[in-house]
Design a protein around this ligand. Structure first.
Ligand code: ZN
Length: 260
């Protein structure tokens, strides 16, 4: 709302300057530049709530809680390997799945659900340009993915994460209308880039805070599967050593599965 009002105000002022006060034009152009820089920062920043509520950290009550999240699955090889590790470590996590991938691998989705993890919505086709599409397309992307999760698990998802965490007021509104919490993260593993597994572990384990939401991907990335699992293991261990418990992300924390 505030962005729309600002855009209209700048447009009116530009019309006024063009007609009556050309000396003001450079200042108005500079204001336009500033406006777009702030607008894009709000779209791209995972924690910005400028367009509506966004959860990027979720403080637990009474104990130190951390939330592991995986995006872009399910994948036939990576997801079962991640599940195996989580089972060994007895750690619950949240999987933000892509609807069309979920329909292609229903048995993997069923396994995620059966093993006590949370399934969440990550759009139907992982549409990268969702911010440039009409509201009806955004709604369809969200509804189809939620429908697939409900069909495969018998449970509607609670949470939605837009692709790359990028949101605008239409995406935020569509998530709200679908009854979904918009959930991003406050610590990303950068497993898509994977420059140095050791640096990834150091960064993820630095300054652990209550309610940290950690971002990983359960699909092939530049990280080998072995490196991805090694980083994941080290991150789980370092949080545990500092007294944290792991949980899946749900609307009502009382419904959380067993803490890991
Ligand atoms: Zn994604």
């Amino acid at each position: 709302m505030i962005f729309t009002l600002l855009a209209y105000a700048l447009l009116l002022l530009t019309g006024w300057a063009l007609a009556l006060a050309p000396a003001w034009l450079p200042y108005l152009l500079a204001a336009y530049g500033g406006f777009f820089v702030i607008y894009f920062w709000c779209m791209l920043s995972p924690s910005s709530s400028a367009f509506g509520p966004v959860i990027s950290q979720l403080p637990g009550v009474g104990k130190q809680v951390v939330y592991l999240t995986f995006d872009d699955g399910p994948h036939a090889v990576v997801t079962p390997a991640v599940l195996r590790l989580l089972r060994q470590k007895q750690v619950p996590a949240t999987f933000f799945v892509v609807g069309e991938k979920a329909r292609a691998l229903p048995e993997v989705v069923a396994q995620i659900h059966r093993e006590g993890h949370v399934l969440a919505n990550h759009t139907d086709s992982h549409h990268h340009l969702l911010t440039l599409t009409p509201l009806s397309v955004i709604q369809r992307e969200i509804e189809r993915c939620s429908g697939t999760i409900a069909e495969l698990t018998g449970k509607q998802p609670d949470c939605f994460r837009p692709c790359a965490g990028i949101k605008d007021r239409y995406i935020a509104a569509a998530a709200r209308r679908a009854g979904l919490l918009l959930v991003n993260w406050n610590k990303r593993s950068l497993d898509t880039v994977c420059r140095s597994p050791r640096a990834m572990i150091r960064r993820m384990c630095a300054k652990p805070a209550n309610g940290d939401i950690l971002l990983f991907h359960d699909r092939p990335t530049r990280c080998s599967l072995a490196d991805k699992l090694a980083v994941l293991t080290a991150v789980i261990d370092c949080y545990r050593e500092q007294g944290f418990v792991f949980r899946g992300i749900k609307k009502r924390p009382a419904q959380d599965g067993p803490a890991g």
